[in-house]
Design a protein around this ligand. Structure first.
Ligand SMILES: [Ca+2]
Ligand SMILES: [Ca+2]
Length: 214
């Protein structure tokens, strides 16, 4: 007989301790990055951030953790001898992959059929190993809505370092010599049955003056 964990059994009191222990045994049941998950102890669904890949979508340089905060505003960026082309400049994004796997022997229904995310925060933590102390950067909050179905994964393009944050790095004394930060995402969502989901994931990046000329 299949064991079914879902909102029905949750309401009628399937032993919480058993579920929590099961979740811990799976490495689930707590919030965090690095493959940990949330939701397992309340819903039978293990929502996880699988990967965070910084990507320079606006300037077309693809996946990179190098964030350019100092554009060459005029000059000969493409090196053709005619100085009419500034260095490309725009926000840095990240490709964030989230999965929502049901625990073994859990089926949907009665377990939730999806997680709906509603937004996220990003905090920026300067590395203590920077040669020059890096400036504090203001946390950002974004509203965004996307759904991850049970036993599926979704890759979503999220904000990573906006133009506003790049300008803040400049104006607060950030150096052209790249400084290292950790971006900490906190994603907020809820299951189909309104069980709260919070996921935390980390991604390291460098910000300074990178050459984005072709
Ligand atoms: Ca530059
Ligand atoms: Ca040129």
């Amino acid at each position: 007989m299949k064991r079914v964990i879902g909102v029905g059994s949750w309401r009628t009191g399937v032993p919480w301790a058993a579920l929590a222990l099961f979740g811990l045994a799976m490495g689930c049941g707590q919030t965090g990055g690095g493959g940990q998950c949330d939701g397992a102890d309340s819903s039978g669904m293990c929502a996880t951030i699988d990967s965070i890949i910084p990507t320079d979508t606006v300037t077309g340089f693809g996946d990179t953790s190098d964030v350019d905060a100092f554009p060459l505003l005029s000059g000969d960026c493409d090196g053709n001898g005619v100085a009419d082309d500034p260095e490309p400049f725009g926000k840095h994004s990240a490709l964030v992959t989230i999965s929502a796997n049901l625990l073994p022997d859990v089926t949907s229904p009665p377990a939730p059929e999806y997680v709906e995310f509603v937004g996220y925060d990003i905090d920026y933590i300067p590395s203590p190993d920077n040669l020059v102390p890096a400036p504090a950067l203001t946390s950002q909050t974004f509203s965004d809505s996307w759904r991850v179905s049970a036993n599926e994964s979704v890759t979503r393009t999220l904000e990573f370092v906006t133009i506003q944050t790049k300008l803040e790095y400049q104006s607060n004394g950030g150096t052209a010599l790249p400084a290292t930060y950790t971006a900490r995402y906190t994603l907020y969502g809820k299951t189909q049955f309104n069980q709260f989901i919070k996921l935390v994931g980390l991604a390291t990046f460098q910000i300074g003056d990178f050459n984005l000329c072709p």
